[in-house]
Design a protein. Structure first.
Ligand code: FES
Length: 107
């Protein structure tokens, strides 16, 4: 399935993220530099912060766990209702075409 990452300046990059892979790794493997993912998906860094496009928020859902919600608080950029930690979002067929916005900074 395809995911489009849109940078804060509007640059859009469409990448392929295999089903079952999380969005953080999908970004990293495809050179999306706005996603850092320092802890490797261990839910301890918040440098994989992203904003799910509003058309997709319902399908992607809200923070998967309280730990994600709490860690989001330490994200470098503004936290919005659409904020997620991309390592906690797993790709599915239903998310084909997903649009994800990346923040200006992860620190
Ligand atoms: Fe560290 Fe997502 S990669 S919390």
């Amino acid at each position: 399935p395809k995911v489009t990452f849109v940078a804060h300046d509007g640059r859009a990059t469409e990448v392929d993220v295999p089903v079952g892979e999380n969005l953080m790794r999908g970004a990293l493997y495809n050179g999306i530099e706005e996603i850092v993912g320092e802890c490797g998906g261990g839910l301890s860094c918040a440098t994989c912060h992203c904003y799910i496009d509003e058309d997709w928020t319902e399908r992607v859902g809200s923070p998967a766990s309280q730990a994600e919600e709490e860690l989001l608080e330490s994200a470098g950029a503004e936290v919005r209702p659409t904020s997620r930690l991309s390592c906690q979002v797993d790709m599915t067929e239903a998310l084909d075409g997903l649009v994800v916005h990346t923040p200006e900074t992860q620190y």
